[in-house]
Design a protein around this ligand. Structure first.
Ligand SMILES: Nc1nc2c(ncn2[C@@H]2O[C@H](COP(=O)(O)OP(=O)(O)O)[C@@H](O)[C@H]2O)c(=O)[nH]1
Ligand SMILES: [Mg+2]
Length: 440
């Protein structure tokens, strides 16, 4: 169904002033706008042409390069024009004004990609990858977004849906041809087998410990320990700025202070927390509660203690980093060789802390090969699909009837279909007819 749309335009490059500005437009009025504002009848598709851009009154705004990409072989599937101009504020403003006066409107955020999705140019996971490519701040985020852009998720999710469609085809046949008395037996075993395999695939995908989501959204590192251990000093050293207040008064840090850093190619959020101690101060007590929450939510926990004391905690988990601070205040001989020891105040040993964090990130991510679940939306969709699948398997077990099983399978498929944006019940019918000998 072709939808008659309006024409959208937007500044596609960064905010001016800049060396150049790229203005993009898409929609049915693109050819008309080209004729009226660039004074050229027809631009050669996919070729850079030097053009003059004029205002509504015919005044020259700037000269630049225009590239015309006719639909449907364009990003949005519609006629598209990109004009590269000098990146001045006034030029950009007048250029957009001129284009709008010729029949375009300013695009909504993401509207070009949305049109691309609606034109079937990319599925939802690829559309999400476009956003992730642009937002990537670490190499790992970029690598993941590129794989997703390449269709890794679409292939995975569509493959899962195909398995469901095949199971559904078998089930539909047993519903439509109940007279064939051996139909249920013939159908049950292969359906059970298919659904069982898929179930373990989904469980495995969900059991990735949120690692791909973490690569996308950032790993959480919490600095924990008693008041005055030097936690805020360590955070500031890692951040290379005074992000948290440092004083010699115990209990200075009350809220969780987070800084965003990249380490070893990964985005990480390092949080400084209130020192863990019993306190009568209501605000500090809330800080301690938040510190414990941050500890709970974090992927990597750093326990910092004053080298003059000994470290004790019953909250340490395997993989936590235990670091002694203020090594300047103790005899170097007495420092344990087992634990990492630093002097946060002058920055010595910070490189070792960074290396330890990077090593932990490496072991957290070592098994990640393909991007699976990069967003909470995907996790939720897969969880819902899994619960329908479990229900289908339960119904198969109880022998309640193929109708019930196929309803669950259909719901599971629908959930996976929403992940790619491909929900389309007609595809099931096609598979029913093609995979079963209906003419028999
Ligand atoms: N001598 C020495 N003092 C430090 C060191 N690191 C931090 N401090 C001091 O210890 C006090 C408490 O530091 P702070 O970072 O606020 O500790 P927090 O309560 O754990 O956040 C401050 O006076 C810091 O200057 C260190 O490596 N050596
Ligand atoms: Mg502090």
């Amino acid at each position: 169904m072709a939808i008659r749309r309006d024409t959208i335009c937007a500044l596609a490059s960064g905010l001016p002033p800049a060396a150049i500005s790229v203005i993009r437009m898409s929609g049915p009025a693109v050819i008309d706008i080209t004729e009226r504002r660039l004074s050229v009848a027809k631009l050669k598709p996919r070729h850079a042409t030097l053009v003059d851009l004029h205002s509504e009154d015919g005044d020259l705004i700037d000269s630049g390069l225009a590239i015309f990409m006719p639909g449907p072989a364009s990003y949005t599937g519609e006629d598209t024009l990109e004009i590269t101009l000098h990146g001045g504020r006034m030029i950009t403003e007048l250029a957009l004004k001129s284009i709008m006066s010729a029949g375009a409107r300013i695009a909504e955020p993401g509207e070009f990609t949305r049109r691309a999705f609606e034109a079937g140019k990319l599925d939802l996971t690829r559309a999400e990858a476009v956003a992730d490519l642009i937002d990537a701040e670490s190499e790992a985020q970029l690598g993941q977004a590129l794989k997703q852009m390449d269709g890794a998720l679409e292939t995975l999710y569509s493959g899962w849906r195909e398995d469901l469609t095949e199971a559904l085809a078998l089930l539909e046949a047993s519903i439509d041809f109940p007279d064939e008395e051996d139909a249920p037996e013939r159908v049950d075993a292969p359906v059970r087998e298919k659904l069982g395999v898929l179930k373990s695939d989904l469980i495995q995908a969900l059991a990735d410990g949120n690692i791909t989501e973490r690569i996308r959204d950032g790993f959480k590192v919490a600095i924990l320990g008693k008041p005055n251990a030097g936690k805020s000093t360590l955070l500031n050293q890692l951040a290379r700025r005074e992000a948290a207040i440092v004083t010699d008064i115990p209990g200075t840090t009350r809220d969780v202070v987070e800084v965003r850093l990249t380490m070893g190619g990964y985005l990480v959020w390092v949080s400084d927390t209130a020192g863990l101690r019993e306190t009568q101060d209501v605000v500090e007590a809330e800080g301690v509660r938040r510190a414990l929450k941050a500890a709970e939510d974090s992927d990597i926990r750093i326990w910092l203690y004053d080298a003059r004391e000994s470290f004790q905690s019953d909250q340490v988990r395997p993989g936590d980093l235990i670091i002694s601070n203020k090594s300047d205040l103790v005899d170097p001989e007495s420092v344990s060789r087992e634990t990492l020891s630093i002097t946060a105040k002058d920055g010595s040993g910070i490189d070792k802390v960074e290396a330890a964090i990077i090593e932990r990130l490496g072991s957290l991510t070592q098994n990640v090969s393909a991007p699976i679940i990069t967003r909470a939306r995907h996790r939720q969709g897969i969880e819902r699909a899994l619960s329908h699948l479990e229900s289908a398997l339960g119904h198969l077990e109880s022998g309640i009837g193929a109708e019930f099983v196929s309803e669950d399978v259909r719901l599971a498929s629908r959930e996976l279909g929403t992940l790619t944006g491909h929900v389309d019940p007609e595809s099931v019918l096609g598979a029913v007819f093609s995979s079963f000998c209906i003419g028999k």
